[in-house]
Design a protein around this ligand. Structure first.
Ligand code: FES
Ligand code: FES
Length: 179
């Protein structure tokens, strides 16, 4: 079937099998920020935006993207730079495999809930699993990023506080929606 949509600023019109997953299509096309970390729609590593809503691309089949806009981390380089710095300074990027999916959700959180408290951050990011960090450093990075100076876009210097946040059991995603 013919599917036409935007990936970041690129307009594509492709003939694909309807059972092709968006995850596979994007990776084949070179959008390697989109990762596959599970077979159960639980890890969040494959998160992209569909019309600005975070979705699990492993749970989205190509017919659903027709006429819509898909955004990957490759299309958000400047928007993600300050959060990437916060993650690095807080030690929140270890193997880094989970980072692209996390960044996609943090940028959506920032857009929709810039005043999010720890509970909301934890709930919002519950679908992003990480095997390395224990989540405390990620929480510090998200806090700093949300609290940044909105005029300059610069976050305050790194803190030394250590506070944990754990993912909840229902990591979302039955319908492919991350939140
Ligand atoms: S690959 Fe794990 S949720 Fe999509
Ligand atoms: S930093 Fe390794 S899985 Fe998150």
């Amino acid at each position: 079937m013919l599917v036409s949509f935007f990936i970041n600023d690129e307009y594509v019109s492709v003939d694909v099998r309807p059972d092709t997953r968006l995850l596979d299509f994007l990776r084949e096309r070179g959008y390697k920020s989109v990762k596959c970390g599970c077979e159960t729609t639980n890890c969040g590593l494959c998160t992209v935006w569909l019309d600005e809503t975070p979705v699990l691309s492993c749970a989205v089949y190509m017919p659903r993207v027709n006429g819509r806009r898909v955004t990957t981390l490759e299309g958000l380089r400047s928007e993600s730079a300050e959060f990437a710095r916060c993650m690095m300074e807080e030690g929140a990027e270890q193997c880094g495999f989970c980072s692209p999916g996390l960044v996609m959700n943090v940028l959506a959180l920032d857009r929709d809930h810039p005043d999010a408290d720890d509970e909301m951050i934890s709930r919002y990011l519950s679908g992003n699993l990480c095997r390395c960090t224990g989540y405390a450093s990620q929480l510090r990075a998200v806090r700093r990023f949300l609290a940044r100076d909105r005029a300059t876009g610069i976050a305050a210097p790194a803190s030394t506080e250590v506070t944990g946040v754990a993912p909840s059991a229902d990591a979302s995603a039955n319908e492919g929606e991350v939140r």
